[in-house]
Design a binder for this molecule. Structure first.
Ligand SMILES: [Zn+2]
Length: 162
């Protein structure tokens, strides 16, 4: 027996002010950008609300990167490019996050983990999210394991391990 639950999703987009930003994705200074507030409401059978999320996005017109804003579009208005840099961040999506996770798992393997963590950190460098934190931790861990393994190799080489 299955119960069919229909969740009706409604996305509402409201355009905000046009801005001048320093784009963290294409590194253009004084790039023009558009903004919008987005609200996603989900209701079971269109009646019972289960999810209501609001987010604000800044779109760079130079490279079309979509940047997440920490504040609503109305609050971005009239700010200089430098001030705006603190208000928005580049969420690179799923792949760098997955790489960060793999990086931390592989950190126990010398050298392989080091390479993986370095790639993950490189891909997460622009997004100040947990993924970058994990990448940094993975890099430190893999530096330790690689260093330890390196020392062991040296010991082995000089026959000091017996
Ligand atoms: Zn850009």
């Amino acid at each position: 027996m299955s119960i069919f639950v229909h969740i009706h999703s409604e996305t509402e987009k409201r355009p905000g002010p046009d801005l001048v930003i320093n784009c963290p994705a294409c590194h253009n200074r004084d790039a023009s950008a558009t903004t919008y507030d987005q609200r996603i409401q989900e209701r079971i059978w269109g009646l019972i609300p289960v999810n209501d999320t609001s987010s604000t996005w800044v779109v760079c017109t130079e490279c079309n990167a979509i940047l997440r804003s920490r504040v609503t579009a109305a609050k971005l208005k009239g700010k200089t490019a430098d001030e705006l840099s603190d208000q928005m961040y580049f969420d690179a999506g799923l792949v760098p996050k997955v790489l960060a996770m793999i990086g931390i798992v592989l950190a126990i393997f010398p050298f392989v983990g080091l390479v993986m963590a370095a790639i993950a950190l490189f891909m997460n460098r622009k997004s100040p999210t947990w993924a970058r934190m994990i990448s940094v931790v993975a890099l430190i861990l893999s530096l330790l394991t690689s260093g330890l393994f390196g020392v062991l190799l040296v010991f082995e080489h000089f026959g000091l391990s017996k």
